[in-house]
Design a protein around this ligand. Structure first.
Ligand SMILES: C[S@@+](CC[C@H](N)C(=O)[O-])C[C@H]1O[C@@H](n2cnc3c(N)ncnc32)[C@H](O)[C@@H]1O
Length: 179
């Protein structure tokens, strides 16, 4: 358990979305399709204190790049302390994403955003933005504790699969969407 994460979740549960950070089992499932052999541009949405960030870095290639968005400045020193030159920490909202990347530039987006707490228009726009930035066959991977946004994700992308991670608190659905 991360004290920093839980204290900040209590302060702003709507933004943080969970009282506990993701388990290593969930981090493993979210990064299943990463390969060290590939040279990729990866974008992480909602990095928190970096539990998934570290797993992405451990699995991605030496020449790949990871850009991690985190809106809460409290988590930013933790993320910067990871100290990996392949990582760029962006202390801004994912609403800015289209100003940071070009069309068809991104291979994979891995999201921990608490979509359930966002309004529908924001989520729809975010899906549109992600699709524009993703390369053809690029992947958008999102976990959720409920099936709340399954339909929205499924309808926004061409390919869609669901996985489940029991060893997380709470257990989570892992959605993989293909552009
Ligand atoms: C459920 S936590 C996930 C943290 C970590 N990735 C994990 O899995 O344990 C969601 C994170 O998304 C961040 N977040 C919420 N809204 C955001 C936004 N609009 N832009 C960027 N980050 C956001 C929160 O501050 C929080 O750290």
């Amino acid at each position: 358990m991360s004290k920093l994460f839980t204290i900040n979740a209590f302060k702003n549960i709507k933004q943080t979305g969970s009282l506990f950070r993701s388990s290593k089992f969930l981090a493993e499932k979210l990064t299943d399709s990463l390969s060290p052999k590939e040279n990729m541009v990866i974008v992480e949405l909602g990095a928190g204190d970096g539990v998934i960030t570290k797993q992405i870095l451990a699995k991605m290639g030496a020449d790949s790049k990871l850009y991690s968005y985190e809106i809460n400045p409290i988590f930013v020193p933790r993320l910067n302390a990871i100290g990996d030159e392949r990582l760029t920490v962006l202390n801004s909202s994912v609403a800015e994403i289209t100003s940071d990347f070009k069309e068809n530039e991104v291979d994979m987006v891995i999201s921990s955003l608490p979509l359930t707490n966002f309004d529908h228009a924001f989520k729809k726009q975010l899906m549109k933005d992600v699709k524009v930035l993703l390369k053809s066959e690029g992947q958008f991977i999102q976990y959720q504790y409920s099936k709340n946004d399954k339909k929205l994700l499924k309808n926004s992308f061409t390919g869609f699969t669901t996985n489940f991670c029991l060893l997380n608190f709470p257990p989570a659905f892992v959605y993989t969407c293909i552009n």
